[in-house]
Design a protein around this ligand. Sequence first.
Ligand SMILES: [Ca+2]
Ligand SMILES: [Ca+2]
Length: 185
Amino acid sequence: MAIVLKKGGSFNLTKEEPTLKKVMIGLGWEPASANLDLDASVFMVGTNLKLINDSYFIFYNNLKSPDGSTQHTGDNRTGFGDDDDEMVLVNLDLVNPNVMELIVVVSIHEAEQRRHTFGLLSDAYIRLFDVETKREVARFDLDASYPNDTVVVFGKLQKTNNEWKFYALGDGSTKGLQGLVDIYA
Ligand SMILES: [Ca+2]
Ligand SMILES: [Ca+2]
């Protein structure tokens, strides 16, 4: 049984799932209209909460981290369908030791030009899936509404004392992906 998290909740992967090494982070949503394109990205940051290197910003134009740990499986343009719309694979054993957090965000492509916000979609979630045992281990359904937001931090993996924890965040912002790039890059 997967752990179902609420906003702000956390899950200790190292303690609860000690054999988990290869994690698929699945992200899903249902758009209210066509041409609403959401994009998953990951900021791999160090103790100072900055990218350890620009190439550790993982998004549709930079699909794989230099350490080989983190792989974005590619851009989905529509979000239609109940399965994961975009996915990121993380091999925890390969994560560069300087990386303390993998911050998983979803932003809306051309949000300002198209006047799109998270208010136009429903059933957004983030889930962690064990690639080797093919089990969902944790899930967070974003139940808050984000009528004006153009980017939402869905969750993060954080390493503390060599233990990995997953945090369900659901933190929205009106500043788009660039707003987060300004913070973390
Ligand atoms: Ca997309
Ligand atoms: Ca979907």
